[in-house]
Design a protein around this ligand. Structure first.
Ligand code: MG
Length: 349
């Protein structure tokens, strides 16, 4: 087994502004595991919201001894060891998890969705995210998103109403709102009641992650389903959210990869909760890994690769929004040689 890492800068086509941050680019760490003549690819796209960065993810991954990841086919045990060694660096763990699943599928000569027994025809449509911006930029983004039947509109600053009015002047498409913890309880209720008149499908994380009582209070007062994102990371978070949030947004970068995401899907389903699969700003490596699970979920927000201009990989496609899984073995991702292969040279034996 050899581990190679490459840090890459993903350039955003537009500044990506949400309630707590604005970025022109984000950094990912790409992991390649070479084992038995096969390559497994994974990606860490760490979020500062969870105290992680490309530096911290890269440092954690560089400290991994390849021997700890062997035998690569014993994913359950290997991930247990990797989780202990990576010490809470969930995006780094997700990268290792994806690469192990990629190797597994390649070893079996089968796409990961088939290894998992899933029907690739059951993928949902992904929403296209509209960050917080001035009306003219929002109009440009809506034009760029013309192939997508669902929009995810970011809110949580002082121009929420202007944003929604701009969106509705231009399109009657379904809209999901994501406030990224940006509202107070009273503000959230006032906005939710207005948004009920605006053909809004759901509201994601209106209140700070820790305010579960606030989420319960709000959910009892609006007909719009309320979803958890920042409030939910791993399967063990789910029991206390059931009965409060209608659904959860699962992200590989929060939970540590496909293995934990599957546990979350089952834990949420047992409790009758709806499920969205979401993402950070990621390349087609991380997005395709998440998309392999998408036949199991109700909603997808897997557009991180579409928002960047220099995707170093190719994998899942969105056809009129519907996720079309690649049919290659494993994740089915191919890397764009000119953008990635040269950087993936810092190999560790
Ligand atoms: Mg969110």
């Amino acid at each position: 087994m050899r581990i190679s890492l490459a840090r890459i800068r993903l350039e955003l086509a537009h500044t990506f502004r949400i309630a707590r941050s604005a970025d022109q680019y984000r950094e990912s760490v790409i992991v390649r595991l070479e084992d038995g003549g096969l390559d497994g690819l994974g990606e860490a796209a760490p979020s500062p919201r969870y105290g992680q960065s490309a530096e911290s993810a890269e440092r954690a991954l560089a400290s991994l001894d390849a021997a700890a990841l062997e035998p690569a086919e014993q994913i359950e045990d290997v991930l247990g060891r990797a989780a202990a060694l990576l010490k809470g660096e969930k995006a780094a763990l997700a990268a290792v998890d994806m690469a192990l699943h990629d190797l597994l599928g390649k070893r079996l000569g089968s796409p990961l969705y088939a290894v998992l027994g899933l029907d690739p025809g059951k993928t949902p449509v992904t929403s296209y995210t509209i960050g917080i911006d001035a009306p003219e930029i929002i109009a440009d983004k809506i034009a760029e998103a013309e192939d997508f039947p669902v929009l995810k509109v970011k809110m949580g600053l002082d121009n929420d109403r202007e944003i929604m009015e701009t969106v509705r002047r231009l399109t009657d498409r379904r809209v999901r709102i994501d406030a990224n913890e940006g509202w107070t309880r009273e503000e959230a209720l006032e906005k939710a009641l207005w948004l009920e008149t605006q053909n809004v499908e759901l509201i994601e994380q209106p209140l700070p992650a820790a305010d579960l009582e606030g989420a319960r209070w709000l959910a009892a007062r609006t007909s719009i389903p309320i979803f958890a994102d920042e409030s939910v990371h791993v399967a063990s978070d789910i029991p206390r959210l059931a009965g409060i949030y209608r659904g959860i947004n699962i992200k590989l970068m929060k939970c540590g990869g496909i293995h934990e995401a599957l546990r979350m899907i089952h834990a949420a389903r047992e409790r009758g909760m709806e499920i969205m699969l979401g993402c950070m700003i990621e390349s087609s490596i991380g997005i395709t890994a998440a998309a392999q699970l998408s036949p199991l979920v109700d909603y997808a927000d897997l557009d991180g690769n579409i928002l960047i201009g220099n995707d170093p990989a190719s994998g899942v496609k969105a056809r009129e929004g519907k996720l079309a899984l690649p049919d290659g073995p494993g994740l089915g991702v191919t890397i764009v040689e000119s953008r990635l292969s040269k950087s993936l040279k810092r190999a560790r034996a």
